[in-house]
Ligand binder design. Sequence first.
Ligand SMILES: [Zn+2]
Ligand SMILES: [Zn+2]
Ligand SMILES: [Zn+2]
Length: 322
Amino acid sequence: MSTRKLKEETELFYSYLRRNGLKKTYQKDLILETFLNTEGHLSVEDIYALVKKRDRKVGVVTVFRTLKSLTACGIAREITLGDGLTRFEHNYRHPRHHHIICTKCHRAIEFVCPELERIQEEVLRKYQFQPVDNVFQTYGVCEDCLAERPPREGPKHDTDRIFARDAVRMALDVASRFVDFYRSAERRNQDPEGKRVWARMVEEEERQIAGLSGRLDEILRQEKELENAPVFLHFEPRRLEALCPDLAGYERDGEFRMDARASLGLVQALGRASAEFFRTFAEHFEETQGKQVLLAFAGQEESHADAVRQATEQTRGAAEEA
Ligand SMILES: [Zn+2]
Ligand SMILES: [Zn+2]
Ligand SMILES: [Zn+2]
């Protein structure tokens, strides 16, 4: 966990204690620290067992009350997984998410889906409700329980990191579609000036892909087995596909010919549409690494066209001077 986040969370907790005339104690600090250092859906008993290893004098009631305070100040979020226990999970700068719960072993899969949320909000509005909070839980039987084998207890991951992982993967998905499109546009373009525009876009996009791959490695290094954790971020794949057009749509008599001006115009339009999509998509999420990834990608998508335009104007200027 980043030290900045930890500092902010400690500050949130202390100011909550001050506002409510509650005392700051070593035990409360210990509970806060234990909670923040443990991923997953934790019951009071889970936290109590961990805290007791560090200080045997801590009582279960203190643990319960402290977790309630952590929930009240936004550090923790209370959930239930159908086993009758109240559970707590990280909330501050973590994406709010939904759960699919196994009714046999009570394991939970976590996921986010902006489209699902948008529909929920629309339904709420139809009944003229102001959205405040939503909990979407689906129950089922997991694959292990279906196969009647002992459920595999995989490692618990930080939802902030796993969301960042999927946000980068989503951006990479779009960027690799675009680079394919630009490559074939470059290869097929019969107009030499236009060809150069697409060649520059290929370079731009390759740089972006390299940057994203580096970011992905960095995220995966933060936590063991993060790479193989189940998909967390779900989206409508057709909406991503739609961002990148089919080159055939720009052909005439089986030939692709697009001059520099038209090529730049198309590059710009595609960049804008992609940026717009990612910005709107990111709106659904709270401040998290994943949201930052999506917004940064949106910004880059928009700046590609300008970079290519500038480079094209420079070479044109140089050619005119010569
Ligand atoms: Zn199960
Ligand atoms: Zn969860
Ligand atoms: Zn966490």
